[in-house]
Design a protein around this ligand. Sequence first.
Ligand code: SAM
Length: 157
Amino acid sequence: MTAIFDSTLRDGEIGIELPESFDAGLYFIGTIRTPFLRREDCPRSGADSDALCTIEVFERFADALLGIEAHAEFDVLYWLHRSLRTVMVQRPHHRPDPRGAFALRSPVRPNPIGLSACPLVKVEGRFLTVRGLDCLDGTPLIDLKPHQADAGRRAGP
Ligand code: SAM
């Protein structure tokens, strides 16, 4: 595997060449609407945010929402579509030492999947209001699952 060094990398960072083809495909199942229009407006983690955000599930997939109100918290998986995918060793501003992408929750990773545990506030048809997201407005949604710790628990009043 050839390491790539270019001028966009910080000291100590390592970039790679990605494989020529993908191993699997996925469907975007919706769009996430947040108040964050620029990366620098986003909270570093959804856990730091109380902002109300709207998850729009596309009409085609709306049947998959049946029973959703029974859960108080969801794992929301999203595609960090504005992210670089090639930098394997990174030096984020808040860390002095280089770390591998898999040792970080950085958006920069070969498969830029974001995961946040989000309390469900309201369901209106295929539009869900949640808290706890850290992504840009317009970020594609790839999956929703009841949060593990909540999977067997019913939503309160
Ligand atoms: N909470 C998720 C996780 O832990 O998997 C994502 C964490 S990542 C550190 C969140 C950061 O990714 C945001 O602060 C913002 O800088 C960046 N970001 C948010 N939405 C993005 C998008 N659609 N494309 C690229 N970067 C994004």
